[in-house]
Design a protein around this ligand. Structure first.
Ligand code: AMP
Ligand code: MG
Length: 494
């Protein structure tokens, strides 16, 4: 007889009080079929990768088969959406299957997205269409391969259902992996109800799970805020280093672990535009590219408010302490950003004084509408004989005097680096992706996927496994869009 499928769950969130979640099973989908399975991630999680691709495994990944050591649950949270507080959101189309401890010793959640209704579904159907599932698979794995903290994709599946969006589309499930799914909104949920004891339980849980080195600190809640501030500052600096616009930085979409979460209306810029907005619902540009660090501070301030009673009994003292930490964000972000951007232009150890050089390049890019990814990736052309024009051709006015000045300043700065050109070239290629998931290519993957053809999706995810490596056979995926291919708007889409 075939041995039973076995997955080594080791749950901890389910030991928290009952008002943190609702224990329930996913809906049983009619006909689960794998679209893509992420074997390397599965191996890292210590899962039986081979078995998971067999019938029982696929049913497990789609929530149809529940193992005896599982206790699936829907998590509750609240959140500020576009600045407005919503007292209860929660896993409306998601369900936590459980936690596993990977071969690297890290505890991670396995969560299904699109597995059916829960008590938090509100008016929604609890389902996901194929499009958002493909998009999240592509983008979250790309982020990981860029070296940016992120939730990941373990598997994408068809559910066998047809669901209704603007038209009828195939239903799909994403099995998502995260260090945890605890959001600023999870803290807000309990804080707004005045349940300080629950906020404390949650904070203690987060400290043990994500920041165990501070668990014995006398000032640990204060330090927790500082850790989250630091991680978010780093995260956003990294996003901006690849031209990423999250698009929906609501407090329920910001994690305590510092991982990127929620890939709804996100987009990578083609040509550089500092205030670029893609999301169709972000009418005021609240979540525009340049505003991301400021929104992070706004969100972290909401987190700080929930922690005040834990930081100090005296509210005034608590506020003062929290403010001091929030004030760290901008200098930290700036330091991280200079480091990220400086490395992109070949500076070995970027310094505060390099900010002007970086900003001046961005200004040229904005005026010259040059492609963000190619401008950085091809910058090494300037180090090669007779290739200067190739790089300058990325700008609308290749002979603009400001551009010529910048090249001069940049070359002078590199002289201080004290390194040979080959080493600089190598370093730059390591910090500037050759390939990103361009919006028009993602749209192509989705539109072809909806027609039943997943070839482009598989090609793109394959190409993005090594985003820094030049892979000439994927040339069509790296090219900026032609005018008629440009994606101007993205949609939340569920
Ligand atoms: P998001 O836009 O992904 O940040 O989701 C915001 C809230 O809407 C969360 O509570 C989701 O669970 C919920 N939600 C989004 N789409 C659906 C859906 N199709 N069915 C039920 N709930 C949904
Ligand atoms: Mg969300």
């Amino acid at each position: 007889m075939k041995p039973e499928l076995s997955v080594p769950f080791s749950n901890s969130f389910s030991s928290l009080p009952k008002d943190f979640y609702v224990k329930m099973y996913p809906e049983r989908m009619p006909d689960l079929r794998l679209i893509k399975f992420n074997s390397p991630l599965s191996d890292l999680l210590g899962l039986p990768s081979k078995d998971l691709q067999q019938k029982d495994g696929v049913d497990f990944l789609g929530g149809k088969k529940i193992l005896s050591n599982q206790e699936p649950l829907a998590q509750v949270y609240a959140g500020h959406q576009f600045g407005n507080f919503v007292p209860q959101l929660g896993d409306g189309r998601a369900l936590l299957l459980g936690e596993v401890i990977g071969t690297d010793g890290v505890r991670r959640d396995i969560q299904l997205k699109g597995s059916g209704k829960t008590p938090f579904s509100r008016m929604g159907d609890g389902r996901s269409g194929l499009g958002p599932v493909l998009r999240e698979y592509i983008v979250s794995e790309a982020m990981f391969n860029f070296g940016i903290p992120t939730t990941r994709a373990l598997a994408a599946l068809f559910t066998g259902e047809t669901i209704i969006r603007e038209t009828q589309v195939p239903g799909a499930i994403l099995a998502r992996v995260a260090k945890s799914h605890i959001r600023i909104g999870t803290f807000e949920y309990f804080s707004r109800k005045g349940q300080t004891n629950k906020v404390k339980e949650l904070a203690d849980y987060v400290i043990l799970r994500h920041y165990p080195d501070i668990k014995n600190d006398s000032d640990k809640y204060h330090t927790l805020l500082e850790k989250v501030v630091r991680n978010q500052a780093l995260l956003i600096a990294k996003w901006m280093g690849v031209g990423f616009i999250h698009g929906v930085m609501n407090t329920d979409n910001m994690t305590l672990s510092g991982e990127t979460i929620d890939f709804g209306p996100c987009a990578f810029m083609d040509h550089f535009e500092i205030d670029k907005v893609y999301s169709s619902i972000d009418l005021q540009g609240r979540y525009r590219f340049s505003n991301q660090p400021h929104i992070a501070i706004w969100n972290l301030s909401r987190l700080a408010e929930t922690l005040l009673p834990l930081i100090d009994e005296n509210q005034k003292t608590a506020i003062k302490k929290a403010e001091k930490i929030l004030e760290l964000f901008l200098p930290l972000f700036t330091e991280f950003w200079i480091n990220v951007m400086g490395k992109k232009i070949g500076i070995k150890k970027p310094k505060a004084s390099d900010k002007a050089l970086i900003e001046s390049l961005l200004k040229n890019m904005q005026i010259g509408r040059s492609d963000f990814t190619l401008t950085f990736r091809n910058l090494t052309n300037l180090l090669k004989k007779d290739q200067e024009q190739n790089w300058c051709a990325l700008f609308s006015d290749p002979k603009h005097p400001e551009l010529t000045n910048w090249i001069k300043d940049w070359k002078n700065r590199l002289k201080l680096n004290d390194k040979n050109k080959i080493t600089i070239n190598k370093q730059m290629n390591h910090h500037n992706p050759y390939i990103i998931p361009r919006n028009h290519i993602i749209e192509l993957c989705i539109s072809q996927g909806l027609q039943g053809d997943l070839t482009q999706f598989h090609r793109l995810t394959k190409a993005l496994e090594f985003p820094f490596k030049e892979q000439a056979h994927f040339y069509d995926l790296i090219k900026p869009p032609n005018d008629n291919e440009i994606v101007h708007q993205t949609f939340c889409g569920t």
